[in-house]
Design a protein around this ligand. Structure first.
Ligand code: SF4
Ligand code: SF4
Length: 690
C-alpha cells in the first residue's frame, strides 16, 4: 500500500501569548495545538508519515511520533486543503435582500471630529427626504425584500430626531405595506443622543415590538467629549449617558450602542470597560475611517491599534463566572466580534459585506447605494427607487466585488474569513474598489488571528459557553408577537381523558415554521406537536401531543433530560420581556418548567430552582401510544406569583418539545426564546379566555 504523503498544507500558524494556533482557512475554526503538531503543520508538506514521525522524534523526543498519524487523519478529513467555492455557488447562497436603510435627513445637531458625512459624497441631494420619496423607497423595499422580514433603518445619516414627524409617518406607511403584503417589518434608528425628545420616547414606548434604537456613545467622558461635540463645541457626554437611561426606561430593554474609536487614541478595552460598567450590553466598536490621515489607520498608528485590540481580547477572556456577560456584549458587527462569530460558526465569506447584494441604502433623492458609507458617492450609485437597479450595478456588486475577482486577495491566508476589501475604504484610500488598503488588511488579519485565539481558548477552557455566545447574537425578532389562547376549564382536568384537555385552537408546532412564525433550530425527524392550554382558578393545564416520534433511548437520572424526549415551557407573568442576566437562566420572577420521563417516572423540573432535581410541586403524566407521546402537566397558579388567573389576563409564554432522534438533540418550538438562550423578549403572548 502506498504510504500517505502529506498534501500541500494550507494553514496559517501563529502563537499568541504562548498558545499555538493553526488556521485552516475556510474549512475549520483555528485549532489550538501542542509544540510538536505546530512544528509539523509548518514543515510536513510532501513528507511521508514515516519521515515526519522520524523528523518529529528528532526534534521533540520519543513520544511525539503519533502526532504525524493524527495530523494525517485530520488532513484526510479535508482540513488544510483549500476549498474552491465558485462564484455561481456563492451568489446562489447569498441571503435574500432583507436589510435596508433610508436617509431621512442629512441634518445633524452635532459636530463630531470624525464624521464621515461629507467624506466622499458628491451627489447634490436634498437635505430631507420628501414623504413621497420615502413612500417610494418603502414600496421599492417591499418589492425586492424576501419574506419573512424587512429590516429598515430610518435615518442612516444625520440625526433622525430632527425629523421625527417624518420617521413616524414613514414607519406608519411601512406598517401598512407590511399588513398588505404579509411581510413583517422592523425599524431601527441611530441617534446621537444629544437629547431624547418626549415624542421619540413616547413613540418607542408605543411601538416596543418593531422599533429598535442604537445610540452613538464613544466611551468615557474624556474620550467622548473630545470626539463628539455639539454644534457650539460643548461637551455631550452627560447628555448622551442620560439619553441611554431614558431610552432604557422607555424601551424596557437596553438600546444598542456604537462606539467609534479614533486612531489617535485607541483604547478599546477602556471604552468597552466603561460602557459595560454603564450598563451597555450590545456594543459595536468601530474605528474611524476618513480621507484624513489623522483619522484613518496608517502604518504608524497600526501597532497601537493592534495592541489595544489585544488588550480587549484579554479583558473578554479574563471574565470570571460572575462577569460572563462581557463575553456576550460585543455585537455581531463589532470590529473584533464579527470575526469571533465567523470563526466560531465556521463561516467562509466570498464578499466583505452584504452591501449591494442583500443590503441597500436609499438617499434623500431616492438613489440606491450599497451601504450607508457610500451614500452620495455617485460612482457606486445602483439606481433609483422609482426606476429600480441598473443592470451594471447588480453585476458589479454580485460579481466584480466578489472575492474570486480580487486579484490582490488571492494569496491571502485570511481571505475566506475576510471576504475581500471594503469598497468604501478602498475607494477612500486607494481611489479604486479592488485594491485593498494595506494597513486595513494588516488590521483585519490581526483581528482574525485574535478572534481565533479567543475562540480556541474558549473552546478549550469553557467549551459550554461558545454556543451561548453565538445564540445570543441572533437577532431578536421585533415583529408582531405571536399569540395563543388558554381556554377556561370548567372542571378540574386532572384524571380526565385527553378529550377533556383538547382545545379547538392549540399551538401547532410543525417543524418547518412554528405557529408564531419563528423558525425551528434543528428539527427532530418527522415530528409535529399540538399544545393544548386550559386554565381554572387553581391550575394551568398543558397537554402536548407529539406525533411521529420514534422510540428514543430512555432518559436516566444521569442524563440532562433536555437532550432526550421532554418538554420545556416558560412563563413571564409580568409580561415585561425582561432581560435575563445569563443566557441559560430566565430573569428573576419568570418561571421555566421541564417535564421528562426519567427512570420510567414522569418528573417535573423547576428550572429556575434547579434544572437537574425533580420538583415536588405540580403534576405530570407521560404516555406513549404508537408514535404519539402525550405530556400532561398541571402547574398550580400559586407557584406563579404576580399572576392572577382571570379572563383577559395575559402573560408571555414559550414552549419547546425536545427529541433525540439519532442521538442528536432536536426540538420544535413556539417562539425562539427558550431552547438555546433564555430570552423572554422573544416569547409569544398567552391570553386567558373563556
Ligand atoms: S485581508 Fe486584505 S488581502 Fe486579505 S482578503 Fe481581506 S482585503 Fe484581501
Ligand atoms: S462597503 Fe465597506 S463600509 Fe460599506 S458595508 Fe461594505 S464593509 Fe461596510
Amino acid at each position: 500500500m502506498a504510504e500517505y504523503v502529506f498534501p500541500k498544507i494550507n494553514a496559517h500558524c501563529i502563537t499568541v501569548n504562548g498558545h499555538h494556533l493553526v488556521f485552516s482557512p475556510g474549512t475549520a475554526p483555528p485549532m489550538r495545538v501542542g509544540d510538536a503538531a505546530f512544528d509539523l503543520v509548518q514543515n510536513c508538506s510532501g513528507m511521508t508519515i514515516r519521515e515526519s514521525a522520524e523528523w518529529l522524534r528528532e526534534r521533540h523526543g520519543e513520544t511525539s511520533g503519533h502526532v504525524a498519524r493524527q495530523l494525517a487523519e485530520i488532513a484526510d478529513l479535508g482540513y488544510f486543503s483549500e476549498p474552491q467555492p465558485d462564484l455561481e455557488d456563492c451568489t446562489n447562497n447569498l441571503p435574500p435582500p432583507a436589510n435596508f436603510g433610508i436617509c431621512i435627513t442629512h441634518k445633524c445637531n452635532m459636530r463630531c471630529r470624525y464624521c464621515f458625512a461629507g467624506g466622499l459624497r458628491e451627489a447634490d441631494e436634498p437635505e430631507d427626504i420628501s414623504y413621497d420619496t420615502a413612500c417610494a423607497a418603502i414600496d421599492f423595499i417591499f418589492d425586492v425584500v424576501q419574506p419573512p422580514w424587512a429590516n429598515i433603518s430610518l435615518g442612516i445619516t444625520g440625526e433622525p430626531q430632527l425629523r421625527w414627524d417624518l420617521i413616524r409617518d414613514v414607519a406608519d406607511y411601512g406598517r401598512k405595506k407590511s399588513e398588505e403584503s404579509g411581510i413583517g417589518v422592523r425599524f431601527h434608528i441611530t441617534t446621537n443622543g444629544l437629547h431624547a425628545s418626549p415624542e421619540m420616547l413616547d413613540y418607542l414606548q408605543e411601538h416596543p415590538e418593531d422599533m429598535g434604537v442604537t445610540l452613538s456613545w464613544d466611551g468615557p467622558p474624556d474620550v467622548h467629549n473630545r470626539q463628539r461635540l455639539s454644534r457650539d463645541g460643548a461637551d455631550t457626554y452627560e447628555r448622551v449617558s442620560r439619553t441611554f437611561e431614558l431610552l432604557r426606561d422607555s424601551m424596557k430593554t437596553r438600546p444598542s450602542v456604537t462606539a467609534t474609536v479614533c486612531v489617535s487614541e485607541p483604547d478599546m478595552a477602556g471604552v468597552f470597560a466603561h460602557l459595560f460598567e454603564e450598563g451597555v450590553r450590545d456594543l459595536t466598536i468601530k474605528q474611524t475611517r476618513s480621507v484624513a490621515p489623522a483619522i484613518t489607520i496608517t502604518e504608524e498608528s497600526l501597532p497601537a491599534f493592534k495592541a489595544s485590540f489585544a488588550e480587549l481580547a484579554e479583558l473578554l477572556l479574563r471574565a470570571d463566572d460572575a462577569q460572563m456577560e462581557r463575553l456576550f456584549t460585543l455585537a455581531k458587527d463589532d470590529a473584533l466580534g464579527r470575526y469571533i462569530y465567523r470563526i466560531a460558526k465556521r463561516e467562509s465569506f466570498l464578499y466583505r459585506c452584504p452591501g449591494g447584494r442583500c443590503g441597500y441604502d436609499i438617499d434623500t433623492n431616492g438613489d440606491i447605494y450599497p451601504c450607508a458609507s457610500l451614500v452620495g458617492v455617485t460612482d457606486y450609485r445602483m439606481g433609483n427607487v422609482r426606476t429600480g437597479f441598473t443592470k451594471q450595478a447588480e453585476k458589479f456588486f454580485l460579481e466584480d466585488t466578489s472575492l474570486p475577482k480580487m486579484q490582490a486577495c488571492q494569496d491571502c491566508w485570511a481571505k475566506y474569513y475576510c471576504g475581500g476589501p471594503c469598497t468604501y475604504v478602498s475607494a477612500l484610500t486607494c481611489g479604486r474598489f479592488d485594491v485593498p488598503y494595506g494597513p486595513d488588511c494588516e488590521l483585519i488579519k490581526y483581528l482574525i488571528e485574535l478572534a481565533g485565539y479567543v475562540v480556541a481558548r474558549l473552546a478549550v477552557e469553557r467549551p459550554g459557553l461558545l454556543p451561548h455566545v453565538l445564540s445570543l447574537r441572533e437577532p431578536v425578532p421585533m415583529g408582531p408577537r405571536p399569540e395563543a389562547l388558554c381556554r377556561r376549564a370548567y372542571d378540574p382536568l386532572w384524571g380526565l381523558p385527553s378529550e377533556a384537555w383538547r382545545v379547538a385552537d392549540p399551538i401547532v408546532l410543525t417543524g418547518s415554521r412554528d405557529a408564531g412564525g419563528y423558525q425551528r433550530r434543528r428539527r427532530p425527524k418527522n415530528n409535529k406537536a399540538a399544545v393544548h392550554l386550559k386554565w381554572d382558578d387553581e391550575f394551568l393545564y398543558l397537554m402536548t401531543e407529539v406525533y411521529g416520534s420514534s422510540p428514543a433511548p430512555p432518559t436516566t437520572a444521569d442524563v440532562e433530560w433536555w437532550f432526550r424526549e421532554s418538554i420545556q415551557f416558560a412563563i413571564d407573568p409580568g409580561n415585561d420581556g425582561g432581560e435575563s442576566r445569563y443566557p441559560w437562566k430566565l430573569p428573576e420572577g419568570d418561571y421555566e418548567y421541564g417535564v421528562a420521563g426519567v427512570d420510567g417516572k414522569a418528573c417535573i423540573y423547576d428550572c429556575q430552582a434547579n434544572p437537574l432535581r425533580p420538583s415536588e410541586s405540580g403534576k405530570a403524566l407521560i404516555t406513549r401510544e404508537d408514535d404519539v407521546i402525550t405530556y400532561k402537566v398541571a402547574i398550580p397558579w400559586q407557584q406563579v406569583s404576580e399572576f392572577a388567573p382571570s379572563v383577559g389576563a395575559e402573560c408571555r409564554f414559550s414552549i419547546v418539545v425536545n427529541d433525540s432522534d439519532e442521538g442528536i438533540r432536536g426540538w420544535l418550538q413556539w417562539t425562539n426564546g427558550l431552547a438555546i438562550r433564555k430570552a423572554p423578549a422573544r416569547f409569544g403572548l398567552l391570553r386567558l379566555v373563556e
